[in-house]
Design a protein around this ligand. Structure first.
Ligand SMILES: Cc1cc2nc3c(=O)[nH]c(=O)nc-3n(C[C@H](O)[C@H](O)[C@H](O)COP(=O)(O)O)c2cc1C
Length: 167
């Protein structure tokens, strides 16, 4: 274990944080006329009334830089069947991340992925810089979830998996 007074081991920090399992989202938006999106695990609900949610993109994210001027985004919660999309939307410099996904525009114009198990279409309320990430706070304008037994995609210790009920 490293001494926080004298050094900070980023790789170790990443490894420790990897023990906290998360769901996986693709945050979508429009970069001008072009759909944009990236894989985000740092999604959280923030407030019930008003309905606020948030996520943390890296300050170096090309996708956030392209989407930010529209001040809108849609959170798509991925299903267990969307593992390939999770990796593709996380790869820097991929030309057409949307090549293999079907989607339709939400009320904000942001893409709603047809295979998502839940989605929240949002307008940006606030953006704060926090270290090497932004915290993006959004107000939920419209939302929905899948009707039948949805199976979420989960991320844990650098790998994807699925959900099973505790006995
Ligand atoms: C499961 C998973 C969760 C991720 N969560 C985040 C996140 O919360 N914040 C972030 O900035 N990047 C996250 N990433 C990495 C981004 O998807 C990736 O850095 C980004 O899409 C790179 O392309 P861009 O420069 O076009 O944004 C995650 C990647 C994966 C696979």
């Amino acid at each position: 274990m490293s001494d926080p007074e004298t050094s900070f081991d980023s790789a170790h920090f990443r490894q420790v944080m990897g023990h906290f399992p998360t769901g996986v989202t693709i945050i979508t938006g429009m970069a001008g006329d072009t759909p944009a999106g990236f894989t985000i695990g740092s999604f959280t609900s923030v407030s019930l009334d008003p309905p606020l949610v948030g996520f943390l993109p890296q300050t170096t994210s090309d996708t956030w830089a392209a989407m930010a001027p529209s001040a809108k985004f849609c959170v798509n919660v991925l299903s267990a069947a969307q593992g390939a999309a999770c990796w593709r939307f996380a790869k820097k410099g991929v030309d057409d991340r949307f090549a293999d996904v079907t989607w339709h525009p939400g009320v904000t114009g942001s893409p709603i992925l047809d295979e998502a198990i839940a989605w929240m279409d949002c307008e940006v309320e606030d953006v704060h810089t926090m270290g090497d990430h932004y915290f993006v706070l959004g107000r939920v304008l419209e939302m929905s979830h899948s009707a039948d037994d949805p199976q979420p995609l989960l991320f844990y210790r650098g790998k994807l998996g699925g959900y099973s009920l505790h006995e």
